[in-house]
Design a protein around this ligand. Structure first.
Ligand code: AMP
Length: 271
């Protein structure tokens, strides 16, 4: 991969990287399309990164669809697909980990200890392998965006972090590879996430700025759904994730499936 990227750089091509864990859907493809618009060469990485999964999480059953992924990426016209193996990435003896402090201790970081260390480590390695000018991430994973922006700025990676809006189903559910775990009733119930965000955005639009009241609107909308269990509902600053900004972030459990979503309440809610 590094050799290919070196050749591209020698030809003065701008390189875009889209990191994914495969099981590609229209959300991923919106990142790929943005990368193709903005760069001369595009590489999509497909790697289910074991070190960002906690013990007891869904690493073993994470959806995989290699043929479908290949067909989607070929049709999109990407220049390279980087699919390292687990031992390529973490050979025996590998013991270095990248840690972003502070922001990784709260919310997703608190719920999933070690998750962001795994993300920061793999993103650093993907950047080293592909030397991108720009890397593309989805707003769907808002805290990941904040962690990766912090990482790129703090260790002077010279990579521009581009963030693409969340792609949603017609009823508002954010596309996610993990939606495949939901049965029909759970799939219907999952719409409570976008309903909660819509209600909070509506209240924000009417002038509600009290974080406790906005949080109450979010949690009440989740609690109204019998199949959903609230993990957290907060209104935070999008860069630091400290309390009190305008980014509403939600995590819920539906059955055994953990789903997250978010919305900047300053923006009108789509649909
Ligand atoms: P994943 O394969 O789940 O690690 O996701 C790879 C990238 O796609 C991440 O930057 C995600 O934030 C992004 N992504 C996942 N779902 C969506 C979506 N519904 N809309 C936009 N981006 C997404």
């Amino acid at each position: 991969m590094r050799e290919i990227a070196r050749g591209w750089r020698a030809d003065a091509c701008a390189i875009g990287l889209v990191p994914t864990m495969g099981a590609l859907h229209a959300g991923h493809m919106s990142l790929v399309e943005a990368a193709c618009r903005e760069n001369d060469r595009v590489v999509v990485s497909v790697f289910v990164n074991p070190i960002q999964f906690g013990a007891g999480e869904d690493l073993g059953r994470y959806p995989r669809s290699p043929e479908h992924d290949l067909a989607m990426l070929r049709a999109a016209g990407v220049d390279a697909i980087y699919k390292p193996s687990v031992t390529d990435m973490y050979p025996p003896g590998s013991s270095t980990r990248v840690n972003v402090h502070g922001i990784t201790d709260i919310l997703e970081g608190a719920a999933r200890p070690g998750h962001f260390e795994g993300v920061a480590t793999v993103v650093t390695k993907l950047f080293a392998a592909t030397s991108p000018d720009r890397a593309y991430f989805g707003q769907k994973d808002a805290q990941q965006v904040a962690v990766v922006k912090r990482l790129a700025a703090d260790i002077d990676l010279g990579v521009e972090i581009r963030v693409c809006p969340t792609v949603r189903e017609a009823d508002g559910l954010a596309l996610s590879s993990r939606n495949a775990y939901l049965d029909a009733a759970e799939r219907q119930a999952a719409v409570c996430l976008s309903r909660a965000l819509g209600l909070a955005a509506e209240a924000y639009g009417r002038g509600e700025r009290n974080p406790a009241r906005l949080q109450a609107i979010l949690s009440e909308a989740i609690e109204a759904e019998p199949l959903a269990r609230l993990e957290y509902a907060e209104v935070v600053d999008p860069a630091t994730f400290a309390a009190g900004g305008s980014l509403a972030v939600l995590a819920i459990l539906i059955g055994k499936t953990r789903l997250i979503d978010n919305h900047d309440l300053k923006l009108p809610y789509p649909g």
